[in-house]
Write a protein that binds this ligand. Structure first.
Ligand SMILES: Nc1ncnc2c1ncn2[C@@H]1O[C@H](COP(=O)(O)OP(=O)(O)O)[C@@H](O)[C@H]1O
Ligand SMILES: [Mg+2]
Length: 675
């Protein structure tokens, strides 16, 4: 609920459109309910032999005839009251006086209403005389024509209302999506690896859509339908408020049922959306890993997994459909029962039961009800059924919107642990040292990944990180661009704790080349210039040459302007890596992180890469994660990690001498190369 209201705030900038749409809804409701009043004249014209002119004249005479006797009665009552006042004081006099005063008040109100009615009938007569033809058929045709015109005008306003609401909703969704995306980009890196991207995908597409439906229902139907019902109720009240009230007692009951259904709906929708996330997950996994799926001929298993997910989605969807479908008929039965009740009572009055005005002891109307009025009333009450039925789905839709809003805001409310620190000290090109000071880190509390890491790296050094898979090498270097912060201890660059440094300036110092190279679906040029908006072609080409990617790129159909999406399939892993390398070189970082980036390069390419590296590493601090001997040789120092701890630091020769872990790693590597 709260989150849905927050989502509604996105519609605030467009409030004037909402206001206009409400005005349109009011006008549409007015014309809609007015159309039903045509029944009365139609019945009159067809039922009695009169045309409208004679009918209004008769009515005026009848009403006027009420006035004189009423006045006389009031005069009599006044006389009697005076007499009673003259009686000796006491219990009897007081009772009589009260009775007379009550009678007088009643008669006076009767006179008053007769006078008002007479006035309005006279006004009506003036219009009837002016507008309607004498001929009965022509009059009827005219009334019908007016109804058609009324429907057209109503339709016009309805169109504008819906269009405006749709406009506001889509603009709001546009804002919500963009705000959400902005937020998502700032979430912690771990968030993505822990929750998977499918959750976010589902929230961006499915949930947002459902939230939109909720808002649209609220601004559209919730405004328009009650107004329509209200219009009918108002006119029905004018005919007989007592009978209308009898009809309306069922409203709270209906509301109760609807809220119950709505609550189940919210729960059902939440489950439905969760299932959708699962479907996204399976789709993503199997499509991204399509080669693996095929190579392991696992299509049937994937199909079954998908089928079971869609089956569950189907079950939840059916629950939602049934709840949605249930509300309508329940409300309709209630509505018809209420109309039937009111109709029965009305018929009782029309047929002369209870003196035409009373149901048992309860007075229902001042004057006996005409058959035409009753039918008119019935038509109006029946007409209410339509907006009410439409309102029944409103509850469920809005509840779905609630569920979706909860899921979206759950993300929007997440505060990234890694803050931007826009006001923090700005890191310049690092000059002195990078220091890991007693760093401990864990992804999940209780499962430490890094423990007591102490390491000081001088500016310009090349550090190689070695260790078994999963010992925490990537995790350790992820601390440098602050993908996450240490739980204990700190990482300092030139003496500045990264936690307080300006994050943007920090990341500008660091370039990262990883094992799995990501090329974005843009031109190769833009992929190299990624993150360096103002690079000129010469710079990009120089970087590409340095990374030995220039020859590869010029062989592509459109050279630097080839889209990476098309080129992606034509490039080998090693070739892609060189483009990624060019991207890093162009950024001219003072700290370079290479995470198993040569793992895809063949021996020859590796040699080349090393040549580039040697050149490029000058004046920068470089961290390489690798198992390759050649790479280890260009490192100034090698850091051996085991189970999240640094077990030894030294040169290749030193470590071979003294470090058991390193020896074993080296042997394994050597055996692999020999094999
Ligand atoms: N995002 C993550 N969430 C939870 N655990 C993780 C995450 N990334 C890595 N790990 C765990 O942390 C340990 C170290 O991983 P990593 O630093 O990638 O190892 P290496 O790069 O040395 O092979 C592994 O046991 C891995 O399972
Ligand atoms: Mg790794």
């Amino acid at each position: 609920m709260r989150n849905f209201l927050r989502a509604l705030r996105f519609a605030w900038p467009y409030r004037y459109r909402v206001l206009v749409s409400v005005a349109c809804a009011v006008l549409a409701a007015v014309f809609w309910s007015l159309n039903f009043t045509a029944i009365y004249p139609v019945l009159k014209i067809i039922g009695s032999g009169d045309n409208l002119q004679t009918w209004i004249e008769n009515t005026i005479t009848k009403t006027a005839a009420l006035i004189e006797p009423s006045q006389k009665k009031i005069a009599d009552l006044n006389q009697e009251e005076i007499k009673v006042k003259l009686m000796p004081p006491g219990e009897a006099r007081d009772t009589l006086l009260r009775k007379k005063t009550a009678e007088l008040a009643q008669e006076e109100s009767k006179l008053e209403s007769a006078r008002t009615a007479l006035y309005w009938y006279q006004v009506l007569k003036r219009y009837i005389d002016k507008i309607f033809p004498i001929d009965r058929f022509n009059t009827l045709a005219m009334v019908i024509g007016l109804v058609v015109l009324g429907v057209a005008i109503k339709g016009f306003f309805e169109f504008w209302q819906e269009s405006l609401v749709g406009n506001v909703v889509n603009l709001s969704l546009y804002d919500i999506r963009n705000r959400f995306y902005r937020k998502a980009l700032h979430l912690d890196v771990n968030n993505f690896s822990q929750n998977g991207t499918h959750e976010l995908m589902a929230r961006f597409t499915n949930d947002t859509e459902l939230l939109g439906t909720g808002i649209k229902t609220l601004l559209g139907k919730v405004v328009a339908e009650p107004l329509r019902a209200l219009g009918c109720v108002a006119i029905a009240c004018w005919i007989s408020w007592q009978l209308t009230l009898m009809f309306l007692v069922l409203v709270p009951f209906a509301l109760y049922i609807l809220t119950r259904v709505g609550r189940s709906m919210k729960r059902a929708t939440r489950r439905l959306l969760e299932r959708m996330s699962t479907i996204y997950k399976i789709l993503q996994e199997s499509f991204v890993g399509i080669r693996i799926v095929k190579a392991f001929t696992n299509e049937a298993n994937e199909r079954r997994r998908f089928q079971s997910a869609t089956k569950e989605y189907y079950n939840k969807a059916m629950l939602v459909v049934n709840l949605d479908a249930l509300a309508g008929p329940v409300i309709e039965v209630l509505g018809v029962a209420a109309v039937a009740g009111a109709l029965l009572v009305g018929a009782h009055l029309v047929l002369g039961g209870g003196g035409g005005t009373h149901l048992g002891p309860i007075r229902l109307t001042d004057t006996p009800l005409e058959a035409e009025s009753l039918l008119q009333l019935y038509a109006l009450l029946a007409a209410i059924a339509d907006p009410v039925r439409k309102l029944s789905s409103v509850f469920t839709r809005i509840q779905s919107g609630f569920a979706a809003a909860d899921r979206i805001f759950q993300y929007l409310d997440q505060q990234p642990k890694v803050r931007q620190n826009n006001t923090g000290p700005v890191l310049r090109r690092h000059q002195e040292s990078i220091e890991f000071r007693d760093v401990c880190f864990s992804y999940d509390p209780g499962h430490p990944i890094l423990t007591g890491i102490d390491l000081t790296v001088r500016h310009g050094e090349t550090i190689a990180l070695v260790g078994k898979n999963g010992c925490g090498k990537s995790t350790m270097l992820g601390l440098l661009p602050r993908f996450y912060d240490p739980d204990h201890g700190s990482v300092l660059i030139d003496g500045i704790d990264l936690r307080v440094a300006n994050l943007r300036s920090l990341r500008q110092q660091v370039a990262l080349v990883t094992q799995d190279t990501v090329l974005f679906d843009q031109t190769i040029f833009n992929n190299i210039a990624y993150g360096n908006k103002w690079s000129v072609p010469e710079d990009v080409e120089r970087a590409a040459r340095q990374a030995h990617a220039h020859d590869i790129i010029t062989k592509l159909p459109q050279g630097y302007q080839t889209m990476a999406g098309e080129a992606g399939v034509k490039l080998s892993g090693g070739q892609k890596q060189r483009i990624a390398m060019a991207r890093a070189l162009l950024r001219d970082p003072s700290i370079l992180i290479l995470d198993e980036f040569t793992s895809q390069a063949d021996a020859e390419a590796e040699m080349e890469v090393h040549r580039i590296l040697r050149e490029f590493m000058r004046g920068r601090t470089t961290f390489v994660i690798t198992h390759r001997l050649n790479t280890l040789e260009i490192a100034d120092r090698i850091v051996v990690l085991d189970a999240g701890r640094i077990v030894a630091v030294g040169t290749h020769a030193e470590l071979l001498q003294s470090c058991g872990v390193y020896q074993r790693l080296h042997e394994a590597q050597f055996q692999r190369l020999a094999a």
